[in-house]
Design a protein around this ligand. Structure first.
Ligand code: BGC
Length: 742
């Protein structure tokens, strides 16, 4: 039966049933939800699972011998740091394959909110402060997932950029800020990947819940952007299911029978009409018909976990960002390494909440180094293993719990404990990893011995964050704790006295304060939350088997309060905010730093390599509605490496106030051996140069400076592009007349 016939065949009750989810999934344990089935005409229930770091389902089931292990991929902030479209598509495909083989029809990923404030508790699930980078990476991820027949969901639409009071906070933002930054990321991703679904956010936007906003869900999404897929609510979002359906929601999640009843009542009372119900349900059915479930695919329950762990490794390697390197890295493979810091033992793979994953293993920094045959200081290792015991036991015990999580779950089965235990265990372990065991327990004499017999010190600092809470502007989160600072200071003093180098690894969901200690150490490598292959990838980058090629997808602040968005954080009133005003307008991230001439600790797009690249022969051409930027990139250093070529455009001074420059295109090169070059061509649609004012998009006439560089502040070549006339577009990007000034 085709879609129209199915809609005709369904009773009104059945149609309304399909608009409401069937609750948390009972088919695939741990999956976040499923739709309702209509047995009578063989409409199956499709399963939806989180996302985004991998498929979040429970790794084992009661009374079932099979396992349902999934891969923990690096978190989104790391994926964006790769700036590598093909690689992210590959990650998306691997996630899609796991979903497919475990019977998941739709992934609730990727997350596409903007890093507006460095402390947002879910930034690890989001890509960047920039809408172009976010949108492009999200599109690649979606294309990957959908290439195997599994649906992807862009979330959370829109402006869910903080966790504090996320269920009801009212975001006040100008239409321009929304169009140019917050909506723009979604718009690009939709245009370039056609996702099966979009999830409306919890928060209110300019006074209305996103899930109940006709402006957002019907005017912008359907009428202007012509989006044809399904729109669902976030879980338990909003306060009125009738308004949700009327505003444009197709599927209320997770859903319960009460909501079905309320919608039926509303229909009977004439508050919902049949036309609306038909429109909403047709998109639910459209998705169901596309699903592997409906197509009759039988999951194998055997995804290729080996292959996927290699992809998780590959992505991790490319997303590490080398912030500083004073001749400390790469390490020689014969180097003797003294490994410090709890994070070296309990390396944090990913953030908490719905973005969590339950993999079979997480390779810690020490295990990663050992696995590569590196000599790490045994005595120090023994000290750590003795000092770290918590009330759960020692490190080996804790890691064995991690490994044998499956057995633990089976024991829970025997005890009749609820499935929630799995989540609890996972959270507990992550919590313990992060537990306050002071870092500065080493006696100075012991440290001297260690510095004497080793070549280099490695210190890992870890942080974790999760859904539901924002990070804290306090010691232990954004700032180093005193004992962490003390460890870095003492180790650096002693090692430097012996002429040995100190390398710091930041295993973090987002920026931490760095200014007070970065001069103490010789190298800083940001590994974000790198997924299950953490230690392997870290070891290989430290050893120079791979040159770091990650670049910051955000501006790394010196101090939190230099950022305008932080001044109003977390909203008004401060102690229990009901609203947050995006007073900075479009000046988010580097748009702020660059326009107002403030120096961040490390700028957007920044990241060092072991090698060096030269840029040559810049050509800029305008062809119809495209700007073509062509150049050569040559590896002039001593190591193989990849470069991320970034194009920023500085607009002319016109009528509209604009950021001094914005990212308009980028490309990562392939692996270039020393002496090798690549010709890079970056094509920028002219519409990307526009600003939103007075209800339309305008590219103002004048001279544009095209700046090509390796970061937003390391511009290596630049040229000009002159536009003689204004070019205007309506909200659907149709060319329109520019009235003023022409
Ligand atoms: C989160 C979503 C998630 C959903 C289902 C919500 O709390 O905000 O990102 O997909 O739960 O787990």
């Amino acid at each position: 039966m085709n879609l129209d016939n199915i809609v005709k065949e369904l009773t009104l009750e059945e149609k309304i049933t399909l608009l409401v989810g069937a609750g948390i999934s009972k088919t695939i344990l741990g999956a976040a939800g499923e739709t309702r089935a209509i047995q009578r005409i063989a409409i199956p229930s499709v399963v939806l699972s989180d996302g985004p770091a991998g498929v979040r389902i429970y790794p084992a089931r009661l009374s079932d011998k099979k396992t349902y292990i999934t891969t923990a991929f690096p978190n989104a902030v790391l994926l964006a740091s790769t700036w590598n479209i093909e690689l992210i598509e590959k990650v998306g495909k691997a996630i899609g394959e796991e979903a497919k083989e475990y019977g998941v029809d739709v992934m609730l990923a990727p997350g596409l909110n903007i890093h507006r404030i460095p402390l947002c508790g879910r930034n690890f699930e989001y890509f960047s402060e920039d809408p172009l980078l976010s949108g492009e990476i999200a599109a690649a991820y979606v294309r990957g997932i959908q290439s195997v027949g599994v649906g992807a969901t862009l979330k959370h639409f829109v402006a869910n950029d903080q966790e504090t009071n996320r269920f009801f906070i009212n975001v006040i933002a100008s239409e321009r800020a929304l169009r140019e930054i917050y909506l723009r990321a979604f718009e690009i991703a939709i245009e370039k990947s056609n996702p099966w679904a979009i999830m409306a956010a919890y928060n209110k936007l300019n006074g209305r819940y996103c899930s109940q906003s006709p402006w957002l869900l019907t005017k912008v999404l359907r009428e202007e952007w012509k989006y044809e897929g399904l729109v669902m609510t976030d879980w338990w979002a909003g306060d009125d299911p009738i308004e949700q359906i009327k505003a444009g929601i197709n599927l209320i999640m997770p859903g319960d029978d009460n909501i079905v009843k309320r919608l039926l009542e509303a229909y009977k009372q004439g508050l919902l009409d049949e036309k609306t119900v038909n429109d909403r349900v047709s998109r639910v059915l459209n998705l169901v018909l596309k699903s592997l479930k409906y197509q009759g695919y039988t999951p194998s329950f055997k995804p290729d976990l080996e292959k996927h762990s290699e992809i998780a490794y590959e992505a991790a390697v490319e997303g590490f960002v080398l912030l500083k390197n004073d001749n400390a890295l790469p390490l020689s493979s014969s180097a003797r390494i003294a490994v410090f810091g709890k994070g070296s033992y309990f390396t944090v793979k990913g953030g908490l909440g719905s973005g969590n994953t339950y993999p079979k293993h997480v390779v810690s920094v020490v295990d990663g180094l050992r696995g590569r045959g590196i000599t790490i200081d045994e005595e120090l290792d023994n000290i750590y293993r003795k000092v770290l015991p918590s009330f759960w036991g020692n490190v080996d015990f804790m890691n064995s719990i991690r490994r044998s999580r499956i057995d633990l779950i089976k024991e829970a089965d025997a005890l009749g404990v609820s499935w929630l235990l799995i989540d609890f265990t996972e959270h507990m372990l992550e919590y313990l990893n992060n537990l306050h065991v002071p870092e500065n327990f080493l006696d100075i004499n012991v440290l001297e011995g260690i510095a004497y017999r080793n070549d280099v010190a490695l210190i890992t600092i870890s942080r974790i964050s999760g859904e539901g809470f924002d990070r804290l502007p306090l010691k232990g989160d954004f700032y180093l704790r005193d004992d962490e600072f003390d460890l870095i200071k003492k180790v650096s003093e002693v090692f430097h006295r012996f002429n040995k180098k100190v390398v710091t690894i930041l295993n973090v969901p987002g920026p931490i304060e760095i200014d007070s200690w970065r001069d103490l150490v010789d190298a800083i490598l940001v590994v974000w939350l790198p997924g299950q292959e953490a230690g392997r990838a870290i070891a290989d980058v430290l050893l120079g088997r791979n040159s770091p090629s990650g670049r910051l997808p955000l501006s790394w602040p010196n101090n939190l309060y230099e950022i305008p968005t932080m001044r109003g954080f977390p909203g008004e009133p401060k102690n229990n905010p009901v609203k947050v005003v995006y007073g900075e307008d479009v000046y988010v991230g580097y748009r702020y730093y660059d326009t107002f001439n403030v120096e961040p600790a490390y700028e957007f797009g920044y990241g060092l390599s072991y090698t060096e690249f030269e840029y040559r022969d810049l050509e800029i051409r305008k062809e119809n509605d495209m700007v073509k930027v062509k150049l050569k990139v040559i590896n002039v250093g001593r190591y193989p490496g990849k470069e991320v070529v970034q194009v920023y455009i500085k607009p002319p001074q016109g009528r509209i106030d604009k950021p001094i420059q914005e990212l308009k295109g980028f490309q990562k090169t392939k692996l270039l051996n020393p002496g090798c070059e690549e010709e890079v061509e970056i094509v920028i649609p002219i519409k990307y140069l526009s600003s939103f004012a007075e209800g339309k998009w305008t590219v103002e006439r004048g001279i544009y400076e095209v700046r090509v560089g390796s970061s937003s502040r390391r511009i290596k070549l630049s040229g000009y592009l002159e536009l003689e006339n204004d070019i205007c577009f309506d909200v659907s990007w149709n060319r329109t007349r520019c009235n003023e000034g022409n």
